[in-house]
Design a protein around this ligand. Structure first.
Ligand SMILES: [Zn+2]
Length: 366
């Protein structure tokens, strides 16, 4: 594996490119963010857009919101700074935690409308299981609906703007095609957020009508409804830790009691324990997990030295989520043997070898 000279991201990350100095595209973008982008220009673009859409319909903007740090921050900005009538929309995650529900209830009590959408849990489980077994993507249903439902509701309710948080590809390394584009379309959403899967291919036994939550509206319908879908990270220099501080100080957001599995941080992705499995599968497939992801963000923000990051990554990254294995087996309705065989199938044999039943790295990040 080639490791970025500035952060610690390996070149096994899908779609990530490196320059001739061994620096990854996410670090290159970080440099552009700090030195080249005129954020005032982008804020003015947003102001113009908000002036255009404010008051035309019942709601001006959907903010996809979970009760997490980033959506809390974005919803606050859209409501209080840009004076839009905001509808927050939540997609119920599989195995939703009490903590995220409490954080969401507290957030809403400060004055937000919310629609909570729960796509058919039986179909959701089927798709999540299909994603886990076939592709090593244990939350495929949820990550797909996080996009498809927002497009769908915006079109059906004629809400002109959907404002997501960060463009993960641009921010954390991947495709660079949306660095300079404020909006994205359903082709991009399918390619990146349903991870290349056309939602129609997920399950064969359900009609299109039953699958409404997973299917995107047509481009023609989106255009007719005048819906635009954007990322907040296009308009402001993105840093998740400052969003956590904001959500904690202004909306009483609570973090996890101890560090999250597989990392040294305790405040992100609190929605579902399946996130542990999601990042563990990422680790088995590509050799980087939740801790390494967090460390790269903190290096770029200047909160962590590369040396300390290497230490944290070698200590925490790829931690086996041992406390929740039986919960995962129950959710996917499979035995421990079947569960293990899915891990075996997706583990990258060039990067890992099995020791005492656990896939162990043959590499060290340095
Ligand atoms: Zn980098």
């Amino acid at each position: 594996m080639k490791i970025c000279k500035k952060c610690v991201m390996p070149d096994t990350r899908p779609r990530l490119k490196f320059d001739s100095n061994g620096v990854c595209a996410a670090c290159e973008w970080d440099n552009i963010k700090k030195n080249e982008i005129d954020w005032n220009v982008r804020q003015n673009e947003l102001k113009t857009l908000c002036d255009e859409i404010r008051g035309v319909g019942r709601y001006d903007c959907i903010v996809p919101a979970s009760g997490g740090k980033d959506s809390t921050y974005v919803a606050d900005k859209m409501k209080n700074e840009f004076k839009l009538n905001v509808l927050t929309v939540t997609i119920t995650p599989p195995l939703e935690t009490d903590l995220i529900q409490q954080n969401m209830a507290t957030f809403l009590s400060y004055g937000f409308d919310n629609i909570k959408v729960t796509p058919n849990p039986a179909i959701a489980r089927e798709i999540n299981k299909y994603g886990f077994v076939e592709q090593g993507r244990p939350m495929l249903s949820w990550t797909s609906c996080l996009n498809s439902v927002m497009f769908r509701l915006a079109v059906d309710f004629k809400i002109p703007l959907v404002m997501f948080g960060e463009d993960g590809e641009t921010e954390y390394g991947g495709s660079t095609e949306t660095r300079y584009l404020p909006y994205y379309d359903t082709d991009y959403a399918i390619k990146i957020y349903t991870e290349g899967n056309d939602p129609r291919s997920f399950v064969k036994n359900h009609s299109e009508r039953e699958m409404s939550m997973w299917l995107f509206p047509s481009k023609e319908d989106i255009k007719k409804a005048g819906v635009r879908v954007a990322h907040w990270s296009y308009y402001e220099k993105w840093d998740p830790y400052t969003h956590f501080e904001f959500a904690r100080d202004h909306y009483g957001m609570k973090k996890h009691e101890c560090r999250n599995t597989g990392t040294y941080t305790d405040f992100g992705q609190l929605d579902t324990p399946l996130y542990e499995l999601h990042t563990y599968m990422m680790y088995l497939k590509f050799g980087f997990g939740r801790g390494l992801q967090d460390a790269c963000i903190d290096i770029r923000a200047g909160r962590l030295s590369r040396k300390k990051a290497v230490e944290y990554v070698n200590k925490y990254d790829g931690e086996y989520p041992k406390n929740n294995i039986s919960l995962f087996c129950d959710y996917y309705q499979m035995t421990k043997e079947e569960f293990d065989s899915v891990l075996d199938k997706h583990a990258n044999k060039e990067l890992f070898e099995k020791k005492d039943g656990i896939w162990t790295p043959k590499f060290r990040i340095s």
